[in-house]
Design a protein around this ligand. Structure first.
Ligand SMILES: [Fe+2]
Ligand SMILES: [Fe+2]
Length: 218
């Protein structure tokens, strides 16, 4: 683009003096344009921005691959989800071990819990619950999904009340009971009943889909 602009300028410069005024105007306009366009000077900057984005993407991709790779070694989809239940309940226990003065720790733990439950709910809502419905286990799938709504309400309430609220611990304790009961229903009733009718191929397919969904949410 810069070469074409220079070529046009030199052609105009060889014309009459009467036109030299308009040439200056054109050149000035051209300079203005180049100051705001992707000229030669912006090349290295643009390159650095692209490289930076690529490095950022690679780092994030690596982190996701590590997180989900670790989960993939756990086994089938139901074992992955059960491990995630245990991880979430462990965060609850850390939260319950805090006191009112540890506001920063409470905030960080709530963020971790939100992320863990969000990723987990996405894997179930996008893969497992639809598969349950396909297998005719609709009532249970709908109940479980409704309970995920309750989970989001607790997260909202904890965020709203703030970490130094007098009822923070009580709310976390109540919330843990809800999640634990929900996890128990999945692990002990719904998932085993569903899994026993799956063939190896169907089971592997659900595991792969849960892993893929978890990768993007990690
Ligand atoms: Fe669930
Ligand atoms: Fe679950």
């Amino acid at each position: 683009m810069a070469t074409r602009t220079q070529g046009r300028s030199s052609t105009r410069n060889s014309s009459s003096n009467a036109r030299s005024g308009s040439t200056r105007q054109n050149k000035s306009a051209s300079e203005q344009r180049s100051a705001f366009s992707w000229g030669e000077a912006s090349g290295p900057l643009l390159g650095a921005a692209i490289a930076g984005a690529a490095i950022g993407f690679a780092a994030n991709y690596g982190r996701k691959a590590l997180m989900q790779g670790m989960e993939a070694t756990v086994g089938d989809w139901d074992a992955i989800l059960a491990t995630e239940h245990d991880m979430a309940l462990a965060i609850f226990d850390k939260m319950l071990a805090t006191d009112q003065s540890q506001t920063f720790k409470r905030k960080i733990l709530l963020m971790k819990l939100s992320h863990a439950l969000d990723k987990h709910a996405h894997q179930e809502e996008m893969v497992v619950y639809p598969a349950l419905r396909e297998a005719g286990i609709e009532v249970e799938a709908d109940q479980l999904e409704q309970e995920h709504g309750q989970v989001k309400t607790y997260l909202y309430e904890l965020n709203e009340m703030g970490p130094s609220a007098s009822n923070w611990l009580e709310t976390v304790r109540e919330f843990r009971v809800v999640v634990s009961r929900h996890a128990h229903m999945e692990e002990e009733e719904v998932f085993p009943a569903f899994k026993q009718d799956l063939n190896d191929q169907q089971n592997a397919r659900i595991t792969s889909l849960v892993n893929r969904d978890g990768f993007w949410m990690a």
